[in-house]
Design a protein. Structure first.
Length: 143
């Protein structure tokens, strides 16, 4: 049985499909910043990026578009998620050169959001890369 906090986190979880000039325009960075600013967690579960043809170096319309599936979780629940979704849509609208779209895919993970639900617990205590000494999240283990 899920705790209330876990139920809120699942309700605040979804997958978004982002398509457009995600990298050329900087949209992908801005979208991830929106999630982080809201206190959310994300995981890029799929990404499709191809190199642009040499002839497209100065012409955005000739460049290849990218796509990404972004799983995200906001512990505060669906209300917080709806705010992030609205901000994502506003971001896409403010960046017309990205020729982008954002779409929620609520059934994509069929309620299984392990990549972001458990990321919070994983981030609280991360093992060091060598020597068997553990470091706190964002910290450096002492030698």
């Amino acid at each position: 049985m899920l705790s209330l906090a876990e139920k809120l986190a699942v309700a605040g979880s979804t997958v978004l499909s982002l398509e457009g000039h995600l990298f050329d325009s900087g949209l992908i960075n801005a979208a991830l910043d929106v999630v982080e600013a809201a206190g959310g967690r994300f995981d890029l579960i799929d990404i499709n990026v191809r190199p642009n043809p040499a002839a497209a170096s100065h012409e955005l319309s000739l460049r290849n578009k990218s796509s990404a599936l972004l799983q995200l979780t906001l512990d505060e629940g669906r209300g917080a998620l709806d705010i992030v979704l609205a901000r994502m849509r506003e971001l896409v609208a403010r960046m017309p050169l990205a020729q982008a779209s954002v779409q929620e895919l609520p059934d994509y993970c069929t309620g299984v959001y392990d990549r972001t639900l458990h990321a919070k617990a994983d981030a609280e205590f991360q093992p060091a890369s060598a020597g068997g000494v553990a470091a706190p999240a964002g910290g450096v283990a002492a030698p």
